[in-house]
Design a protein around this ligand. Structure first.
Ligand code: EPS
Length: 378
């Protein structure tokens, strides 16, 4: 089974990701992983830490001459800001962060012992894994694309039809948006929010195209693809809600307005993936009954504003019990662009996991045989 774990503290020596179940025979270009790490560091609204770091991958295991061996792949990113033992104690927990719940749960007198791991710096390791699995998925024509749909209530209502067009726009966008109309307003809002010492959240959309019918499973609660994608996205720091396709708005509509009618066209462009069945709407977001239906998967993640505020909120020193403002060292005003890269990575991972469950083999050739056998039979 494809799986990964991460290790590492924000100001520790390094971040690590260990991936198991990745097939042998896949060529991994480190530059592709590094480009994704760079993307995660970017976006308007990032704080001082991203000026210090220059995240780069080191492959510790699982490859020979950049070709995977089928053994555990261990990836490392070194922290330039490695100073965990010198950092001062934190006793004024930030509302919205893991500080208070963590110190009580782990019986600590210093929230540093919690926040170092809770920090979203950990997501650099997840993005490295995301880049790795996207290389695998690209062998099967699967493309995963994440972008910023809105920040601080300024949201795009545009529907992105074509990932390759979206990618061209996103590449030039400081906010990783695909709607240039909202971008100027977002930039203004971030600048004004930074001046006030506050922070902003936003909405991220991830689209995955090129999946065949049949990933995920209706037979068991924890195998359903929508449930797994929602869990993977909710695990990203600061994500508070997830929607699939039409999402929550489906609750306000009639069934006849929500469900995507089924048509058949022998030579539809998706024939290989859907066997000729097609939809002209995609309110289901590419998943019905927990199974991919051959249409693009569309998921949205809702991110809260980052809890570390330059103008801190009221809190309590957990040692003295004195009412005081929360700790502030430095922070991002808005990390929604960075989170869009993380969400894209998590969606890619969950899809790759479902893909390997369906077509899994020890080598890329074996996976290809399994995949081709299945799609030729749809
Ligand atoms: C982050 C590194 C952190 C923060 C941010 C994400 O760096 P530092 O704590 O040294 O300033 O910029 O962390 C958080 C949002 C958080 O809640 O802890 C990174 O690499 O993305």
């Amino acid at each position: 089974m494809l799986y990964f774990k991460t290790a590492g503290e924000s100001h520790g020596k390094c971040l690590i990701a260990m991936v198991e179940g990745f097939p042998a025979g896949v060529f991994i270009d480190e530059a592709v992983i590094n480009a994704e790490l760079r993307r995660r560091q970017g976006g308007l609204g990032r704080g001082g830490r991203m000026q210090i770091e220059e995240d780069r991958i080191e492959i510790l295991s699982g490859m020979r001459k950049n070709i995977t061996l089928g053994s555990p792949v261990c990836l490392m990113i070194k922290n330039k800001d490695f100073k965990i033992d010198e950092l001062p104690a934190v006793t004024r927990p930030r509302p919205g962060h893991a500080d208070l719940a963590g110190v009580i749960k782990y019986n600590q007198k210093d929230a540093r012992n919690i926040l170092e791991r809770a920090s979203a710096r950990e997501t650099a390791a997840r993005v490295a894994v995301g880049a790795l699995v996207k290389i695998l998925l690209s062998q099967f024509g699967i493309d995963v694309f994440g972008y910023v749909k809105g920040v601080g209530g300024i949201n795009s209502d545009k529907f992105l039809r074509d990932i390759s067009v979206g990618r061209q726009i996103r590449e030039k966008s400081p906010m990783y948006c695909v709607d240039q109309e909202i971008e100027t307003k977002i930039v203004e809002k971030i600048t004004a929010t930074a001046e006030k010492g506050d922070s902003l959240g936003g909405i991220i959309e991830v689209i995955a195209a090129g999946l065949p019918i049949g990933l995920g499973n209706h037979t068991q609660w924890d195998l359903r693809l929508d449930a797994r994608l929602a869990g993977a996205l909710m695990s990203v720091q600061a994500i508070k809600g997830v929607e699939v396709g039409l999402g929550c708005d489906a609750a306000n509509k009639f069934g006849s307005e929500v469900h995507d009618e089924i048509f058949y066209e022998k030579s539809t462009k998706n024939k290989l993936l859907t066997g000729g069945f097609k939809r002209i709407t995609n309110n289901a977001g590419g998943i019905e009954g927990g199974i991919s239906n051959g249409e693009p998967i569309i998921v949205r993640a809702y991110m809260k504003p980052i809890p570390t505020l330059r103008k801190p909120l009221r809190s309590v020193d957990f040692l003295t019990k004195e009412s005081i403002t929360a700790t502030y060292e430095r922070s991002d005003v808005c990390a929604v662009p960075a989170a869009s890269v993380v969400c894209e990575s998590m969606v890619a991972f969950e899809i790759a996991r479902a893909f390997m469950e369906k077509f899994g083999g020890d080598s890329l050739d074996e996976v290809k045989r399994n995949y081709e056998g299945y799609v030729s039979n749809i």
